[in-house]
Design a binder for this molecule. Structure first.
Ligand code: FAD
Length: 445
């Protein structure tokens, strides 16, 4: 099927939202996604205005058999929310967030960003625990699991999911929860975009009371000792504290967030002077502002590669490996990132959701970051080599959301064999033709 035939087919479907095709005004702007490496040329980009547009686009993609990329916030590392020669269904205009403060419930559109969600909850002192960068899409993040600064205290984003309304491959609009279609609800909690286009998520919110952060930086020569000291301090920390580390060729930056009805000033003592006097960094008490502190560093259009995995513990051998990988990164902005897990994440039974890896103590990401396409080969090679070293020290299961490659082994290993079989059975039931295949794909067979 040609690009012209696909574009004509989409136009004939009569969607209410804007449709643009190659060479038309706005096309180059609309086809952009977060990762500058994902420079694709779709046949048609639809800015959906509502559920009826979504149904029409899913129907036409299924009938034509062409690739269908569903785009929430556009932050897929491998560029799975765009495609060459197929359809992009952009949900960016379906980004409404409504908070019911009395019931502590948030209704979140399938194209909303984390910043939309944080800003809607904060005036009511409420939050849905999610990720750490405000321009990330709530859609893709939630469907993979969703981890961030409040995960240890409250759990993953999916642990707060009350209800999901989606358009299935058959064009049906279904609302599912723990009682209605519990099996599909289980699969949506970690199974990615494999089962349909989510129009709306309903979340149970948590109190966003007091928050305080501290950070310290250390020069390259102190990276290893500071990482080990962080590991020891983190292991003893209560769930109200979450630690993270950015390890770059220029050194190590540690950030710790504390949240609760009260802030325990004494708790900082365990982190100050971890490996000698680190330089004291900015402090935040406003959660919404803190959630944007990394936005510019990982801004739209830069070039990224990332692979991630779960560590049970941060042991001395792993600290050595992290230090070696970070030191060898080809650009100054590249990093190995660590965020502490455990706490409330680990208290939810492993079988509760498709998401796998609740026993992890830490999540790591090896992330080269660059701007010049001439550095693509060097950065990809460094990222893949570093990730391979880390994977050898990591748990077998993994998080599907932070993987910049898409080979079939990623999904099959991420969930473990038993969950993967259950997900395949769900896929056979809800999307036997694999209409939703631009994701970490769970093939029906
Ligand atoms: P998109 O590229 O729009 O979509 C990603 C995938 O999800 C695609 O397969 C798409 O089809 C599918 N999808 C998106 N929305 C829908 C929908 N409404 N219905 C059906 N399918 C949909 N993850 C964390 O857990 N914690 C973090 O702190 C975190 N930080 C990040 C920071 C950055 C800068 C980036 C790039 C990623 C981060 N991630 C984090 C990973 C993030 O969760 C994934 O990249 C996620 O897929 C992004 O969702 P999106 O909607 O922006 O992406």
């Amino acid at each position: 099927m040609t690009v012209q035939e696909i574009l004509a087919g989409v136009r004939a479907a009569g969607v209410a939202g804007d449709v643009v095709g190659p060479g038309e005004p706005g096309y180059d702007l609309r086809r952009r996604v977060w990762n500058g490496c994902a420079d694709r040329q779709p046949a048609a980009i639809i800015r959906a205005e509502g559920v009826e547009d979504v149904r029409r686009v899913v129907a036409i993609a299924a009938r034509m058999g062409c690739p269908l990329a569903v785009r929430g916030g556009g932050h897929s590392l491998p560029g799975l929310s765009t495609c060459d020669g197929g359809i992009v269904l952009d949900l960016g205009a379906m980004n409404g967030v409504t908070v019911d403060p009395d019931r502590a419930i948030a209704r979140v559109g399938g194209g909303a960003l984390l910043g939309d969600l944080d800003r809607a909850g904060a005036p009511h002192g409420l939050v849905v625990p999610a990720g750490v960068i405000s321009h990330t899409g709530a859609g893709g993040l939630t469907l993979g699991g969703g981890m961030g600064w409040l995960s240890r205290r409250y759990g993953l984003t999916i642990d707060h999911l009350a209800e999901v309304t989606l358009v299935t491959a058959a064009g049906e609009v279904r609302t599912v929860d723990a009682d209605r279609d519990p099996d599909l609800f289980w699969g949506l909690k970690g199974g990615g975009g494999n089962f349909g286009v989510v129009i709306e998520f309903v979340f149970r919110m948590k109190p966003l009371d007091r928050v305080e952060t501290r950070s310290w930086t250390y020069p390259p020569g102190m990276m290893r000792s500071a990482l080990l000291a962080l590991a020891a301090a983190a292991e003893a920390a209560p769930d109200t504290l979450t630690c993270s580390a950015f390890v770059t060729p220029a050194g190590l930056s540690l950030t710790v967030l504390q949240s609760g009805t009260e802030i325990d000033a004494g708790a900082w003592d365990a982190f100050a002077n971890l490996a000698g006097p680190g330089a004291d960094g900015p402090r935040y008490t406003d959660f919404v502002a803190f959630q944007s502190r990394g936005d510019a560093h990982v801004s739209w259009g830069r070039r990224y590669y990332a692979r991630g995995g779960f560590l049970e513990r941060l042991d001395p051998g792993t600290a050595d490996t992290i230090t070696d990988i970070a030191t060898a990164m080809p650009t100054a902005d590249s990093e190995v990132y660590l965020i502490q897990l455990g706490g409330a994440v680990a208290r939810v039974p492993e079988d509760d959701a498709a998401y796998s890896g609740r026993a992890a103590g830490w999540y790591w990401i090896v992330q080269p970051l660059w701007d010049d396409p001439a550095q693509d080969a060097a950065c990809l090679a460094a990222g893949r080599a570093g990730a391979k070293l880390m994977a050898a020290r990591s748990m077998a299961v993994n998080y599907v959301n932070e993987q910049a490659d898409t080979d079939p082994s990623i999904a099959s290993q991420a969930y473990g064999a038993t969950k993967f079989r259950r997900l395949q059975a769900l896929k056979r039931r809800w999307d036997p033709g694999n209409v939703f295949r631009l994701n970490q794909n769970i093939p029906p067979e």
